[in-house]
Ligand binder design. Structure first.
Ligand code: ATP
Ligand code: MG
Length: 351
């Protein structure tokens, strides 16, 4: 059976980027019943750039769990757990650190970009710098072969694969090389922010959250960047790097035209009109707003219901963490045996 591991940092509520980039896919995979699913709330990783803001991380654990469940993840079908409750992950990271060079981490494009975005300059926390290694521990602890993620995570999966190859060749074939599972629709691999920035990201505050009110969604869509050269309705417009059209690529289906904008049969027709001129941004945004409202309403309503019983959610997270810990402990045991440091299992050092 394929084993899946994926997760999110509890640095804020989850947004549309998470939804199309990874969450939707996880729910589909979970519901086939064909995968052994592990979903991690990566609080320890969130602390690598929020060490002085523990309450942000603590308070967002239940928010992320609520986002998961409201999108259809299910405690009975997936092991949903909290990273810091699995100390075995730290131990694995510690051994993996010896298999990675400083220069290799410095070359990781996602780490480079995130260091820049967070304004760390020369004061990068060591924990943050090494988080690709801790991510390798998360993935390998469960022997996951599939990791559903957005495009920004590809360098992390590559780093994990290198660690696995290195470990298996130095010690013994214990670890499994994972593969990233990107969204089928390439527009969803890196959904841009409302401001047109390269990525919608909790840390950049350019998000539509899954829990946003109907009014917030409407206001945020209205404030979105579009094509700066499309000044008057009759001007020809660009759809290619236009965030509103990227969101339509990600969310719009033909039936949305029937329901909300019957003047066009599909997105290709609408784009053609925008490109030759005569279609205003207001109409396009109104259409996008209708689609997002329809998609997010059931999620928001389910979330409101679930939020009434937080003790149940924490009880289930506790159980999930215990279950995950057993799996990670088994892998750690195999790792230590392969390395020859399980000194008290057997007496190989005495004989
Ligand atoms: P932070 O700013 O704290 O890093 P984030 O918004 O980047 O938060 P993460 O928790 O780091 O969110 O990412 C969780 C998962 O969601 C990862 O698999 C990541 O690739 C995916 N993801 C995050 N943002 C986007 C996006 N804009 N488009 C597609 N996938 C995304
Ligand atoms: Mg991130």
């Amino acid at each position: 059976m394929d084993i899946v591991l994926t997760g999110d940092r509890p640095t804020g509520k989850l947004h549309l980027g998470h939804y199309v980039g990874s969450l939707k896919r996880r729910v589909e995979m979970q519901n086939t019943g064909k995968y052994d699913m592990h979903i991690m709330i990566a609080d320890a990783q969130a602390l690598t750039d929020n060490a002085d803001d523990i309450n942000k991380v603590r308070n967002n654990i239940s928010e992320v769990a609520l986002d998961y469940l409201s999108c259809g993840l299910d405690f009975d079908k997936s092991t949903i757990f909290i990273q810091s409750q699995i100390p075995e992950l730290c131990e694995l990271s510690f051994y993996y650190m010896n298999l990675v060079t400083v220069s290799r981490l410095q070359r990781n494009p996602t780490v480079k970009n995130e260091i820049h975005l967070r304004g760390f300059k020369q004061s990068v926390p060591v924990g943050f710098f090494t988080y690709p290694i801790s991510q390798a521990a998360d993935i390998t602890a469960f022997k996951a072969n599939l990791v559903p993620v957005g495009e920004d995570q590809l360098p992390m999966i590559e780093q994990t694969r290198e660690i696995v190859r290195s470990f298996n060749s130095i010690y013994k074939e214990v670890l499994v090389e994972p593969t990233a599972v990107l969204p089928e629709n390439s527009r969803c691999s890196r959904l841009p922010g409302l401001d047109g920035a390269a990525k919608m990201s909790k840390s950049l505050g350019n998000c539509i959250y899954l829990s946003d009110s109907s009014n917030d969604i409407k206001k945020k869509v209205q404030s979105m960047f579009t094509d700066p050269t499309h000044l008057r309705i009759e001007d020809p417009g660009h759809t290619e790097n236009n965030p509103v059209f990227i969101y339509l690529d990600a969310f719009c289906r033909d039936e949305h035209f029937k329901a909300f904008l019957p003047a066009y049969a599909n997105l290709a027709e609408m784009k053609a009109h925008y490109e030759r001129g005569g279609l205003g941004d207001g109409t396009v945004k109104k259409f996008l707003n209708e689609i997002l409202q329809a998609e997010l309403k059931p999620i928001r309503e389910k979330r409101e219901e679930l939020a009434k019983d937080l003790p149940y959610i924490f009880e289930k997270l506790h159980q999930g963490s215990q279950k995950a810990r057993e799996v990670a402990a088994q892998t750690l045991d195999e790792v230590k045996t392969a390395m020859g440091i399980n000194y008290f299992n057997g007496n190989s050092l005495i004989k």
